[in-house]
Design a protein around this ligand. Structure first.
Ligand code: IMP
Length: 194
């Protein structure tokens, strides 16, 4: 019997995200085909809306189904900042700027959120979300280098920042893992993950 492998077209120009999505979906025997563009990223107050809008526009433009992901770091004592502005904030003040904003602040809780959106041309997008709670470290602690990884300590591994974890370790607990796992469940069963 020949069974065809499930494949998704992942629209992202971020090599770290593509590597993580590939690792995560391999665990569910789903292959990731990178699409190296995504159409527009609106400014909105929630990442679900940003991902859904981009998935719809990209699917129409590409003429095929696509998956788009939007992620953000939400810091409690900064009222959820940088949240949906995480990309701009990373490019401007970066991890160092966030640590400066947090100087003298004892409450360091934060959550990383991921919104993964799947869309076929002429259809409405579906969105799957994942989040992971943690803390903002006092200093940058580097291993692998990706975005805010050097300053985010997940509560599930309180001795390591995301950056100090091996990629395979991150890909079993991360916000991205949780969102892509829901997408995989839906692809494989046609149902929402309970
Ligand atoms: P976006 O989803 O590409 O808009 O990402 C928002 C910002 O968060 C970018 O600056 C990324 O570098 C950063 N980012 C997204 N996902 C992660 C992650 O898993 N770890 C660390 N930084 C991330």
């Amino acid at each position: 019997m020949v069974t065809s492998q499930i494949e998704i077209n992942f629209a992202s120009n971020n090599v770290d995200k593509i590597a993580e999505a590939t690792n995560i979906l391999r665990q569910f025997s789903i292959k990731v085909n990178p699409v190296d563009f995504k159409v527009r990223e609106i400014q909105a107050s929630n990442i679900e809306e940003i991902a859904a809008d981009s998935a719809k526009a990209t699917a129409e433009f590409a003429g095929k189904s696509v998956v788009v992901e939007d992620a953000g770091l939400f810091i409690s004592s900064l009222m959820g900042f940088p949240g949906p502005y995480s990309s701009f904030v990373y490019q401007t003040i970066g991890c160092g700027g966030i640590l400066k904003l947090m100087r003298g602040i004892h409450k360091r809780t934060a959550v990383f959120r991921s919104a993964v959106s799947y869309c076929e041309p002429h259809h409405e997008p579906r969105v799957f979300t994942g989040e992971l709670e943690g803390k903002i470290s006092l200093t940058e602690r580097h291993g692998r280098k990706f975005g805010y990884d050097p300053i985010f300590i997940p509560d599930v591994t309180p001795s390591k920042t995301f950056s100090e974890m091996g990629l395979l370790e991150k890909d079993q607990v991360s916000h991205r893992f949780k969102a892509f796992k829901k997408l995989a469940f839906w692809f494989l069963t046609g149902k929402e993950e309970p």
